[in-house]
Design a protein around this ligand. Structure first.
Ligand code: NDP
Length: 448
């Protein structure tokens, strides 16, 4: 069999079926390209159509979400849920509320989620959803009415054994609360395990809020340790200032590093004394203001709306905002400044051109599906606690998260070594390790 030609055929079919889904094409081509050495060893996966089935979601839902704003005007958004793959467990993946959301974005996120969830070793399939609703500038009442309308359609597709959403961009504890309340009301069931990311007081898990950011830093710490480095005394740049970014900053500081810059969609701020996390949380989590408010409150900080956060010299970069934010020029700037490692807290924040620059320069690169898997892993821990009606302590839960992240790191290295001869090729390692687990389950479950 000509493996390269077969992979190209599968990819061309993806493009033909979903024209215009640029981000999904990008994610699919990266994974498919990595699978060549696997198919050379396991031609049986081609025979049973694993690849053709993997790239086609099991179910795709699109629906109207009508709601009424504070001025009494009727608004209409579009809702999505892509239930991509359930070979390993119920569909699991977050909901994103952002004006940029469309089917191609949800499919890219859902596709990535399949392999990420498989890497955790937990019993979770892959899915993703969201809406083009923009919570920014909306009152709590408007957000609640939107969430209620969204769930009024989505509830019939969910269940703790079927499909379990969580948060993502624009969806935090407030939105999860409104969504859960509506699910409970419609179904007349207190089904804790149907959503994760709940507040700790009523079914949430300790460490879920911190998990993605902390996990990304654990992963980066392991990458650095492989070359005899640590975070201690390092200059670090983090993009974004949302859930993932804030807790990545917190963990870097705990490990002795200094985060000197972070950003939001309006620009970036530099604080050479290190980001004051209490102030950042106050501005972004409590007051829900733009990052510029931080710079106005702290004389040591400066805000810039020109250039990118990657213009700031650093030794470790943690992109934690959104897809395709690190472009070729940003990667070149990072390399010029001597960056040692880049770990993706966000999903696919580095363009393929940027990844190529890191590869050529020998920069350690941790792709999102491995580096940011701590969030979904802790969601799976939340599901376990819900199923047994128990709550674990912060320390116990964080220890479990750390174990999962170190396990993913070790598995990526071992798989990359086996299939490509270079343990530091985390892209190959994560794609292949995730694929092998999903493919084995799909093969065993027959053509479904
Ligand atoms: P939040 O909504 O809490 O924060 C997102 C941050 O990224 C904000 O600072 C936001 O700035 C910035 N941002 C979003 N879109 C853009 C854009 N188009 N251009 C520039 N900046 C942007 O989301 P999360 O922190 O939860 O998610 C961040 C990333 O991490 C996403 O890629 C998500 O998929 C990924 N992720 C999240 C997980 C989680 O557990 N939450 C788990 C795994 C991955 P602004 O406020 O100005 O929009």
């Amino acid at each position: 069999m000509d493996v390269s030609a077969y992979i190209e055929d599968v990819y061309q079919e993806v493009r033909r079926r979903g024209p215009g889904e640029a981000e999904f094409h990008q994610a699919a081509t990266e994974v498919l390209t990595s699978l060549r050495p696997v198919l050379e060893r396991h031609p049986e996966y081609a025979g049973s159509g694993i690849l053709e089935r993997l790239v086609e979601p099991e179910r795709q839902l699109m629906f109207r979400v009508p709601w009424v704003d504070d001025a009494g005007r009727v608004r209409v958004n579009r809702g999505f849920r892509v239930e991509f793959n359930s070979a390993l467990g119920p569909y699991k993946g977050g909901l994103r509320f952002h004006p940029s959301v469309n089917l191609g974005i949800v499919k890219f996120l859902g596709f990535e989620q399949i392999f990420k969830n498989a890497l955790t070793g937990m019993a979770i399939g892959g899915g993703k959803g969201g809406s083009d609703f923009d919570p920014k500038g909306r009152s709590d009442g408007e957000v609640m009415r939107f969430c209620q309308s969204f769930m009024t359609e989505l509830y019939r597709h969910l269940g703790e054994h079927t499909d379990v959403p969580a948060g993502d961009i624009g969806v935090g504890a407030r939105e999860i609360g409104f969504l859960f309340g509506q699910y409970k009301r419609i179904t007349n069931r207190y089904e804790s395990g149907v959503l994760t990311g709940k507040p700790v007081g009523w079914g949430g898990s300790n460490v879920r809020t911190e998990a993605t950011g902390y996990g990304t830093v654990y992963f980066a710490e392991e990458m650095l340790a492989g070359r005899g480095h640590s975070f201690d005394g390092r200059r670090v740049v983090v993009s974004g200032s949302g859930n993932v970014a804030v807790y990545a900053i917190e963990k870097v500081h705990a490990l002795g590093g200094t985060v000197v810059a972070c950003s939001d969609s309006s620009g970036y701020l530099v604080d050479e004394d290190g980001i004051d996390l209490a102030l950042l949380k106050e501005v972004k989590e409590v007051r829900r203001e733009r990052i510029q408010a931080y710079a106005e409150a702290r004389p040591t900080a400066r805000f810039s709306s020109r250039g990118t956060v990657y213009d700031v010299p650093c030794e470790v970069a943690l992109p934690c905002a959104t897809q395709n934010e690190v472009r070729r020029d940003d990667a070149v700037a990072l390399v010029k400044h001597g960056v040692l490692a880049v770990a993706e807290g966000a999903n696919m924040p580095c363009t393929p051109e940027a990844v190529e620059v890191f590869r050529e320069a020998g920069v350690l690169f941790g792709p999102g599906k491995a580096a940011n898997a701590g969030g979904v892993a802790t969601s799976a821990l939340e599901m376990q606690q819900n199923a047994s009606r128990t709550t674990w302590s912060f320390a116990d839960t964080e220890a479990k998260l750390a174990t999962v992240m170190r396990g993913i790191h070790a598995e990526c290295r071992a798989t990359a070594e086996t299939y490509g001869g270079n343990a530091e090729d985390y892209v190959l390692g994560s794609n292949v390790a995730g694929f092998l687990r999903v493919a084995a389950a799909m093969a065993a479950q027959g053509v479904v």
